[in-house]
Design a protein around this ligand. Structure first.
Ligand code: PLP
Length: 421
């Protein structure tokens, strides 16, 4: 029996309607920017396996460090113990995070990093004897699939059956350069009628919504308003973190820094699952007390796993290297040239770019999981390029180590695909 057939016996895949779409493609190998299937076909991983493996798959600098660590200390509880990889990672992260960040809390995936951020915000106010129960979030945001993260997410495709069980969220539009005053008025109304604990947002780029990019100055105004009203700001940088936007973090584009930052995905360069919620000293201090129950009672078994921390330390070292910074610049320039070539194409409604994130909207309506979208996906795969359209949006988020030849193939394949839509 083939791997694909054996898969169907016992495996339940995520984001899949098995009755309509029972097949999953077996991948047997990944190296650099290339995925190889069980028949030997190769695919350029043009979305970095969901924005994770930015230094390429099986990057030897990272795998060597992790295999050394594996022989030294594999896993140990983190509630009573500490270890070098966690401490070193905290030091390295604090050096590159926005300057107001000072504490690092570990968890295991992007959703739980948001969950932790939400709990930090709620308990921060609770510990200060001021109960606040509402969050503000952007329309069409995506923050993950656990209950708190689902609540702040505004993409209802995922949340339908659970709506009745989610926290109360007040939604605001993303700033577009012309609506900042309206958003600020809306915020004033929201805080007059509610006790708002925090504002959760994807800074500058809403990933799952289709790589939608919003206005940095407008976001800065919203963050300033939140600060003035003791609303904790929680930047979900799970997708945008670690160089994607052309700076280490999207928050680096904005003067007002978030109180809390959520990190995952590229944090470990795709090697191990791990997430981090960082925060300011002020937030941490609100949990200090002689009363045990004022502490942060949230823990995951594998949090701060030494192997994952080691992968993260190696990734941060690579991110800061001259070579990778040069590659990022070069991808940004290539995207700009591609944009010039394609933005006036009759099948293209609009294009947008921030850093290495590039997206185009097709001049046609497509449902998120509809047949044209499936046809496009199949077309890309047949051409040896893994791209995963989001509705009518085709986006590119290639590993920083992609070669010019591979990148040009990605562009060319997209141009060819425009002829079949
Ligand atoms: C992927 C993603 C998450 C969820 O992360 P998981 O590791 O899949 O739980 C949260 N926020 C953003 C912005 C994401 O892109």
């Amino acid at each position: 029996m083939s791997l694909q057939e054996r898969d169907k016996n016992h495996i339940w895949h995520p984001l899949k309607q098995h009755q309509l779409n029972p097949d999953s493609l077996p991948i047997v190998k990944a190296k650099g920017c290339v995925l190889t299937d069980d028949k030997g076909n190769e695919y350029i991983d043009a979305i970095s396996s969901w924005y994770t493996c930015m230094f390429g798959h099986c990057n030897e600098f990272i795998t060597n460090k992790v295999s050394e660590q594996m022989k030294q200390l594999d896993q140990v509880m983190f509630s009573d113990f500490t270890h070098e990889p966690a401490v070193k990672l905290s030091e390295e992260l604090i050096k590159i995070l926005p300057e107001n960040q000072n504490k690092i809390f570990f968890s295991e995936n992007g959703s739980t990093s948001v969950e932790v951020g939400i709990k930090m915000a709620l308990q921060y106010h609770f510990n200060k004897e001021e109960k606040r129960d509402t969050f503000i979030a952007f329309e069409n945001g995506f923050h993950g699939d656990t209950f708190g993260a689902m609540a702040v997410s505004g993409l209802s495709v995922y949340n339908g059956p659970f709506e009745d069980f989610l926290m109360d969220i007040k939604r605001i539009p993303t700033p577009n350069g012309n609506n900042t005053q309206e958003i600020l008025s809306q915020l004033k109304e929201i805080i007059a009628a509610n006790k708002v604990a925090g504002f959760v947002y994807e800074p500058l780029v809403q990933g799952a919504a289709g790589m939608k990019i919003h206005d940095a100055a407008g976001l800065g105004e919203i963050l300033k308003f939140c600060k003035e009203n003791s609303i904790l700001t929680i930047a979900d940088e799970v997708m945008t973190g670690f160089g994607k936007t052309g700076k280490h973090f999207a928050s680096d584009y904005i003067d007002t820094k978030p109180d809390i930052i959520c990190l995952s995905k590229a944090l470990t360069a795709g090697l191990m699952p791990m997430a981090i919620t960082s925060c300011t000293q002020n937030i941490y201090d609100a949990f200090l007390s002689n009363d045990i129950s004022k502490g942060m009672f949230h823990c995951h078994t594998y949090c701060a796993n030494p192997l994952a921390c080691t992968a993260a330390i190696a990734s941060i070292e690579l991110l800061q290297s001259e070579e990778i910074q040069k590659n990022i610049e070069s991808i940004i320039d290539s995207h700009k040239m591609f944009d010039e070539r394609i933005k006036n194409h009759s099948k293209v409604r609009s294009t947008r770019q921030l850093g290495v994130i590039f997206a185009l909207d097709l001049n046609t309506e497509m449902s998120r999981y509809g047949s044209l979208r499936d046809k496009l996906l199949q077309f890309f795969m047949n051409k040896g390029v893994f791209l995963r359209p989001l509705g009518n949006t085709i986006y590119i988020q290639v590993p920083y180590v992609i070669t010019q030849e591979q990148l040009q193939k990605v562009y060319k394949t997209i141009e060819e695909a425009l002829e079949i839509v």
